[in-house]
Design a protein around this ligand. Structure first.
Ligand code: ATP
Length: 270
């Protein structure tokens, strides 16, 4: 398999406006990602070293990946995407090679953002069992640490990592100069759900009887991904009813919503 498998490099098209809710979080990311890249000279002048890593944690489907892409878009940075699970499943040595290669390419393409999804698979706490699989994880983690420490000398490269299991992350990654900023990406509250529904119906013609606020109120525990699915499915139901349909009506939304069960539980949200 190709050494660059799973890595994409273009500047993503997603923007901050495509993400509903999370106003404060977007501002924090903007400061952490956009500023150092756009105003690197000002940072150097003031003797401030920009952070090298941001850890995003929170339940699945709540926009960690989308936030990373929007940050790259805002900073006009190339976007390199790596999956911890994919690295872990590669042949011996191949995962480390892909990691090193990605950092190398990111340096050449700077400004760059390296997005590391399912980071806990690679960056899990060391020690414990002595099985072979632990060694694979340890080697990947040590490669990641080496590469992140090497970023000291490169400008305009930031690692954004995402995980659903922040407690599983090895403490070595949380030392200063590595993941200096840890941000929780929560499931959407009422206002955020309303905004997310707005985002995903933007290009849709919806009938006057659709009350997005009402749907937001009725969709507690839904993640952004589930709300996106709800909008898409409502459109499909409308078409299934009548392939020449031009608008999506309230009953289409209701049909889909009744069949949907949110994956999150109350305990996970509170
Ligand atoms: P995972 O942990 O499963 O990788 P994630 O937290 O990275 O999930 P994303 O992949 O960013 O989540 O989101 C999944 C989908 O849900 C995306 O297509 C995105 O458009 C939609 N989505 C999630 N949250 C939001 C939001 N706040 N606003 C708009 N869309 C959202």
């Amino acid at each position: 398999p190709s050494i660059t498998r799973g890595v994409t490099t273009e500047v993503p098209k997603v923007s901050w406006e495509d993400i509903g809710g999370l106003k404060d979080l977007k501002k924090k990311l903007q400061q952490a990602v956009e500023w150092p890249i756009k105003h690197s000279a000002a940072f150097a002048r003031m003797g401030i070293s920009p952070i090298r890593g941001v850890l995003l944690h929170g339940p699945p489907g709540c926009s960690k990946t989308t936030l990373a892409k929007a940050a790259a878009n805002a900073a006009q940075a190339s976007f390199f995407s790596l999956s911890g699970a994919e690295l872990y499943s590669m042949y011996v040595g191949e995962g480390e090679a892909l990691l090193r290669n990605t950092f190398q390419r990111a340096r050449l393409a700077a400004p760059s953002i390296i997005f590391f999804d399912e980071a806990d698979v690679v960056a899990a706490k060391r020690g414990g069992t002595s099985s072979n699989s632990t060694t694979v994880g340890e080697r990947l983690l040590s490669t990641l640490l080496t590469e992140m420490d090497g970023l000291e000398h490169s400008k305009g490269i930031l690692v954004l990592a995402a995980t659903n299991r922040p407690h599983a992350i090895d403490a070595a990654l949380m030392r200063p100069g590595r993941f200096d900023l840890v941000l929780y990406v929560p499931p959407p509250d009422l206002e955020a759900r309303y905004e997310i529904l707005g985002v995903h119906t933007r290009k849709m013609k919806i009938s006057n009887d659709v009350d997005l606020r009402r749907i937001a109120e009725d969709s507690e525990l839904f993640t952004g991904a589930e709300l996106e699915g709800l909008c898409r499915e409502a459109g499909i139901v409308a078409l299934r009813e009548n392939i020449s349909a031009t608008v999506v009506c309230n009953h289409h939304f209701q049909t889909v919503k009744e069949a949907l069960k949110p994956a999150l539980t109350r305990a996970e949200v509170e």
